[in-house]
Design a binder for this molecule. Sequence first.
Ligand SMILES: [Zn+2]
Length: 120
Amino acid sequence: MSGLTYAEWADAVQEGRLLGLACACGHTNGSPVAACPHCGERDLEQVELPTEGTVHTETTVQVPPAGFQERGYQVVAVSLGDARVMGRVVGDRVEIGDQVSLAGVITEDDGHPAPTFEII
Ligand SMILES: [Zn+2]
């Protein structure tokens, strides 16, 4: 199967699967794109990404105090095979290099699903 729409990607996240797009140049993208960001190729192959990987970057998003109990949440880019996927952390805080696995999905404030990850 080639190509990947946002709807397909979002449906898969809801089912606990992560889809990406593999390019002939060797780059794998962890989210829907119209063309390979490395070489511009538009004929990309839909692939299923592993659900376990390594934290590549992490950052804490501070939440305004009004109406929220939590002070902030962690957003990570996780290396899953050849791809990187953005998601939120649930459970313990993670650091770069930690091994994590797909934990589930949350719905962002804008209504879009985002994968969540937890330390293995
Ligand atoms: Zn490419």
